[in-house]
Design a protein around this ligand. Structure first.
Ligand code: UDP
Length: 335
């Protein structure tokens, strides 16, 4: 049985990926510093799969703890989620973001190589493309200057990994996520709300639940059919499964280069207004909204060309937008 280290494995995408790893026959050891989640997630994963993953509460900023971890555990690969992800916060706290997302990445890679662990999956983001010149976005689209320290850490992360694959035996796949939404069908794991949601779906859900009074739609003067911005919303379980496909590709030496990049989205662009309407339809809940100014740094439209991921990873999405929105609502109700 292959054993996989999942850093940030108690977070939103991490926890769903741990479930899929266990369902696919992998043994999992999680590292998490609990900075943006709770230890209960470990029990909730266990109650879904019937298997308790190993867990180490480690902050990857502590280099010595990373060294000790790799002395204690022998793993076959690493899926690296652990990172901070709030765009606005990253503008306020750039050094924290560079330390928390970049220094930690170098520590993990260094210890992997020192311990002959060469399979690495990295959480990247479609933010590396900025506003792409052509839609849908292929992996060949040029990357654009980052608009926040958070986005910069994803671009830099990819570069650091690519350089490392050139100089060592490391093999890596960076998955460029579009917009992950939804929750596990059991409603035992999902995105934990901390403070005022910055992302669209959590805000929509909390507005429907009466926790927020009114959703602000950031701009209806974009050059799109209904004037609101367009994104590619992917069910988190579909996204989690892409990690299993990527990991298997590396483990079975099916990769075509030592550093590969794949877009992970649905391939369909959906506007903010379409999201609100679809949510209202599947949940029969009203979402109060008002249109306000555009949000600084937002782009008009982004959706993935998933041809490469479909072909090379043998992966495709299974869930619809409606499935994802329904699961988000069920998760909210369980909270
Ligand atoms: N959005 C919105 N109101 C909100 C949060 C988000 O209108 O309260 C819009 C945002 O401007 C963007 C889309 O919803 O067009 C998705 O935003 P989100 O923050 O979820 O993801 P992003 O694509 O910015 O990473």
């Amino acid at each position: 049985m292959k054993k996989i280290l999942v850093t940030g494995g108690l977070g939103y995408i991490g926890s769903h990926t741990v479930v899929e790893l266990q369902n696919s026959g992998f043994e999992v050891v999680i590292i998490d510093n609990l900075s943006n989640t709770t230890i209960e997630v470990l029990d909730n994963i266990t109650s879904i799969t019937g298997i308790k993953p190993q867990f180490e509460q480690i902050d990857l900023k502590n280099k010595e703890d990373v060294q000790l971890f790799f002395k204690k555990y022998t793993v076959d690969g690493v899926i690296h989620f652990a990172a901070s992800k709030a765009v606005g916060e990253s503008v306020e706290l750039p050094l924290f973001y560079y330390e928390n997302n970049i220094s930690t990445l170098t520590y993990v890679l260094k210890e992997m190589i020192a311990n002959n662990v060469y399979n690495f999956i990295f959480s990247s983001s479609c933010t590396v493309y900025g506003q792409a010149d052509e839609l849908p976005i292929t992996e060949n689209a040029p990357t654009k200057p980052a608009k926040s320290p958070y986005a910069a850490t994803k671009k830099m992360g990819e570069l650091i990994i690519e350089d490392t694959t050139k100089a060592t035996e490391l093999k890596s796949i960076a998955l460029r996520y579009f917009n992950p939404i939804g929750a596990h069908k059991t409603a035992k794991i999902g995105e934990l709300p901390i403070g005022v949601p910055q992302n669209l779906i959590p805000y929509v859900v909390q507005t429907a639940a009466g926790i927020r009074e009114c959703l602000s739609i950031f701009g209806d003067d974009y050059p799109t059919p209904d004037g609101t911005a367009i994104r590619d919303y992917i069910h988190v379980v579909d996204l989690a499964k892409a990690h299993i496909a990527a990991l298997n590709r590396l483990i079975h030496n099916q990769n075509k280069a030592n550093c590969e990049f794949f877009n992970i989205g649905t391939g369909t662009g959906i506007s903010v207004l379409e999201v609100v309407k679809a949510f209202e339809k599947v949940t029969e809940k009203k979402v109060n909204f008002k249109v306000v100014d555009r949000r600084a740094g937002d782009i008009t439209a982004a959706y993935a060309d998933t041809t490469l991921a479909n072909k090379e990873l043998g992966w495709k999405t299974e869930f619809t937008l409606e499935d994802a929105l329904r699961s988000s609502w069920k998760w909210q109700e369980s909270l």
